[in-house]
Design a protein around this ligand. Structure first.
Ligand code: 1YM
Length: 650
């Protein structure tokens, strides 16, 4: 990892600014919000202080404990906050924990913090927003303890006792104030994500996370840093190259990049970080990264005659197809500039040129050195370009064909479109087989429901090259029916339908088709799922009939309850959708007033990505291992299924 200039400020340089009352009056100004997000910011803020100590080269371990009453303890093995008197006549830790803006973050004399610290919030803000807080410092063979309560009010004087131990470090325990926060329940999963990321980004840092409420614990430590991050993201995929790391610095900005290309992947995964905080919306550093890749690949391809003089340059999206990359930059406070509503986008112009300079140089060397791999990567990009070009042509053709037919694209008699064009209301049912397709076509509300019957199995998008996928009739029909493109050009706003509903038999084959379709959507139209536009229809399993009265049951439990109420009934178990007549199918599965739909939702995109490649990909080993370790797979928590639409409400 590139060296970052060590802060040079001392106890003297801390400016005592103002009291903590202001923070309690307007917490939102300091931590963004007082909901769960704001609550977790308190933890991040304290941990960031420990991380700064790690980045200064003075600590390598951080331990976070969530205690039973949702109190938090953060400990590091750094130097410990200085315990001597500050020039203002109070002990330094008190300055750090009681005065706003203390701690060097706002020091203008060259000192800067490089870890996240949203809004430059300091330890004092955490103190201000805590019911109580306790600081314990081990330093100079002494133990210093000071407690505060009710938003930072000192409880007595600090106790300073000699200790025999050479141990040094800082421990902070606190209880977020329930009169400030709308919730004080700490989410373990959010802590895992944050600390795992930090451990990946800082080689050799060990973070232990312990949840005493549940007994859960995790430990994160990665000696190979972001190269290991790449490996974990690409688990189950076949690599074209080994993960590579580039490091360098430019204009005081340190840049670290790792990347690996994998086969059979259509996607590009780029995770970027600024001062160890994920920048979900990218920004100037990502731009610099992309420009450098495009430049270096094209330069190399031309030099080696892999693309001819008359050919156009390879485009960025093609060059990045199949790439997984991590970009981590560390920027001095003075150059930090964020944009956008959520401040998740880096705006600093220096970051673009710094990343571009470092990556262009190192990538150029890498490609020249690894001739064979470089050729493979270039060919990968050329293939991606050809696929995209072919699809572009196909789309153009489709557009002209569409223009000639009078009714909107009939898709060779497959798609049965709704009467009205209304993409805010219309629904597309993807139905397994012709017989169910027939019932659905008759039973539907033709004003807003469309039916697309699928013949035969859908291709597995995870094991089929995009080029092949896009030749497949079923897939092409699906892409055209939805009408919003695919891959990087997919735009959910152009979808002809508000809901895309997968309607299959309630058996193994039906499940398989569901999974294949979800894999296709996940890889080719991920934002369709992200926007909550993909649904699974739940047909009933049983029909209970008694003279004129007909009821349906969706599982055995319901069957039991309903048959207890009815006398002299007959039970019919539906083996497939085709067994229902059009009216029955409408009533049970398609009518928005009575049907049950399950909305497909992705909680953690990268986890889902990894899961899809393990479960649907080429390699048998990781899949077998996953199945061995996760026996219950009806309850896969990556595709969370939330019930909606039970009575027409969402
Ligand atoms: C659990 C939270 O705050 N660790 C921590 C904080 C500091 C230091 C070490 C530290 C910094 C420096 C010198 C320096 C801080 N010190 C200050 C200040 N963990 C946690 N560990 N010696 C120790 O930056 O020069 C603010 S934070 F201002 F007092 F120096």
């Amino acid at each position: 990892m590139a060296e970052v200039k060590k802060p040079t400020y001392s106890e003297d340089s801390i400016q005592v600014l103002q009291g903590l009352e202001a923070v309690r009056k307007r917490p939102g100004m300091y931590i963004g919000s007082t909901d769960s997000k704001g609550l977790h910011h308190l933890i991040w803020e304290i941990v960031d202080n420990s991380i700064d100590e790690v980045l200064a080269g003075e600590a390598n371990q951080i331990r976070v404990i969530i205690h039973k009453g949702n109190t938090v303890e953060v400990m590091d093995n750094g130097r410990g906050i200085p315990i001597g008197m500050h020039k203002t006549g109070v002990p330094t830790p008190q300055v750090v924990y009681c005065s706003l803006h203390a701690g060097g973050k706002f020091d203008e004399n060259g000192a800067y913090k490089v870890s996240g610290g949203l809004h430059g919030v300091g330890s004092s803000v955490v103190n201000a927003l805590s019911e109580w807080l306790e600081v314990e410092i081990n330093r100079d063979k002494k133990v210093y303890i000071q407690k505060y309560s009710d938003g930072g009010k000192k409880i007595g004087k600090p106790s300073i006792n000699p200790s025999n131990s050479k141990k040094t470090g800082t421990t902070v325990r606190f209880k977020p104030d329930p009169s400030i926060f709308s919730t004080t329940i700490i989410d373990y999963k959010q802590c895992v994500t944050r600390f795992k990321e930090a451990a990946f980004l800082i080689k050799g840092l060990r973070i232990d996370l312990i949840d005493e409420r549940t007994g859960q614990s995790d430990s994160f430590c990665y000696q190979e840093g972001i190269a290991e991050y790449i490996r974990s993201l690409n688990e189950g995929k076949v690599g074209i190259n080994e993960p590579v790391i580039f490091e360098g610095s430019n204009q005081g900005i340190s840049v670290e990049v790792a990347f690996q290309y994998t086969k059979e992947t259509y996607n590009e995964t780029l995770y970027s970080f600024v001062n160890n905080i994920r920048t979900h919306d990218g920004g100037t550093h990502e731009t610099g990264f992309k420009v450098a890749f495009t430049k270096a690949f094209n330069e190399y391809a031309r030099k080696k005659n892999l693309i001819k003089d008359k050919d156009p340059n390879l485009e960025g999206v093609d060059i990045r197809e199949g790439m997984t990359a991590i970009l981590s930059v560390r920027i001095p406070e003075g150059l930090l500039q964020f944009e956008g509503q959520t401040k998740n986008k880096l705006g600093s112009p220096e970051a673009k040129s710094a990343v571009e300079a470092v990556v262009t140089e190192k990538l150029g060397f890498y490609l020249n050195e690894k001739g064979e791999i470089a050729t493979n990567l270039i060919n990968n990009a050329i293939r991606a370009f050809k696929v995209r070009d072919a699809m572009r042509q196909a789309r153009d053709e489709a557009r002209t064909v569409k223009a000639k037919v009078t009714k909107p694209a009939n898709l060779n008699g497959k798609l049965c479109p709704p009467q009205a064009r209304n993409n805010e209301l219309n629904e597309l049912f993807i139905v397994e087989g012709d017989s169910a397709g027939g019932s659905a076509k008759t039973g539907r509300d033709r004003r807003f429901q469309a039916i697309l019957p699928l013949r035969g199995k859908v291709l597995n998008a995870e094991r089929t090259r995009a080029e092949e996928m896009l030749k497949n009739e079923e897939i092409v029909s699906l892409i055209h029916a939805i009408g919003a493109g695919y891959g990087t050009s997919f735009n959910p706003a152009h979808s002809n339908y508000k809901k895309i509903i997968i309607m299959t038999d309630a058996d193994d084959d039906g499940c398989h088709i569901q999974i294949l379709l979800l894999t296709f959507f996940f890889r080719f139209m991920p934002s369709l799922i992200k926007r909550g536009m993909v649904y699974i229809a739940l047909p009933p399993l049983y029909k209970i009939a008694n003279k004129n009265q007909i009821e349906y049951a969706w599982d055995d439990e319901e069957l039991k309850v309903k048959t207890m109420r009815i006398k002299n009934y007959t039970i019919q178990r539906f083996k497939g959708l085709g067994e229902m007549n059009p009216d029955q199918l409408w009533e049970t599965t398609m009518n928005p007033e009575t049907r049950i739909l399950v909305r497909v939702n992705i909680e953690d995109f990268s986890e889902a990505d990894e899961r899809v490649s393990v479960l649907m990909g080429d390699e048998v080993g990781p899949r077998r291992e996953w199945i061995d370790n996760n026996v219950v797979f009806e309850n896969d928590d990556n595709f969370t299924l939330e019930e909606v639409d039970v009575d027409g409400e969402e």
